[in-house]
Design a protein around this ligand. Sequence first.
Ligand SMILES: NC(=O)c1ccc[n+]([C@@H]2O[C@H](COP(=O)([O-])OP(=O)(O)OC[C@H]3O[C@@H](n4cnc5c(N)ncnc54)[C@H](OP(=O)(O)O)[C@@H]3O)[C@@H](O)[C@H]2O)c1
Length: 257
Amino acid sequence: MNQVENMQNISSYEAADGLLDDRVILISGVTDGIGRALAVKCAALGATTILLGRKVPRLESLHDEIVEAGGPQPGIYPFNLETTEWAEYEKITDLLLAEYGRLDGLVHCAGMLGELSPIEHHDPHLWYRVLQVNLNAPFLLTRAGMPLLRKSADPSVVFVSSTVGRKGRAHWGAYSASKFAIEGLAQVLADETENIPMRVNTINPGATRTKIRRAAFPAEDAGQSAQPDEVLAPFLYFLGPDSRGVSNLSVDSQPKN
Ligand SMILES: NC(=O)c1ccc[n+]([C@@H]2O[C@H](COP(=O)([O-])OP(=O)(O)OC[C@H]3O[C@@H](n4cnc5c(N)ncnc54)[C@H](OP(=O)(O)O)[C@@H]3O)[C@@H](O)[C@H]2O)c1
């Protein structure tokens, strides 16, 4: 299926206790916002999380929070998705193979807004930076993760999109273009993996109270957007066994009004 589709009841999916027991899940962008909330929840549901982010103290405090809550010991992977050379990504494969032997889940939560600006005034440098973090890095991380995902009996890749990744909107520039491209990357990968037990899906979390949202809508009343832990249902669905065989979907975390 190559069309954007909203699974009607996915936003109210309820994860059962132990849903992610024994799964190894790498999440990018865990130092803040949705990625952080997802890492905490995945660990609470039994997953061993690999925490990828560029701010070591924040990775360490998340690590400690998970351990103190009784979750499986997470791994920490300090990594700057904007500045790291592509050859460095290949080291991820070897390191994680040696440490974990496989990956059952890969979630690309990291994201960068850049600037809201008309195309004719868009800063080219910022354009490249946003495409690097929001598109090239997920490509490189997925490429590095493939040998690990192939070792899993039930692997799942989740990309994070946006409303402006499905319909262009004035001034959303590189961010919008990068999210359209993520939808495309997910579809290509889903098609390529159609005949192996791997699923690839895309989630639009919708308006969520995070750093990115505050930067895009500085005057917005905080009560108008969801909390990060309120948009996780589709992520948990796609990471757990209930979505086995469900691939190539592009869904929303929040029902449309
Ligand atoms: N919030 C919304 O309303 C909304 C709506 C639609 C889609 N999304 C998408 O949801 C995803 C999560 O965003 P969020 O809302 O949770 O925003 P957020 O709170 O700003 O979190 C973004 C995360 O990405 C990380 N990141 C950014 N650049 C990085 C880099 N160069 N290297 C490593 N990590 C980097 C950030 O790390 P630092 O802490 O180091 O900056 C942070 O952990 C993004 O893909 C975003 O586009 C959000």
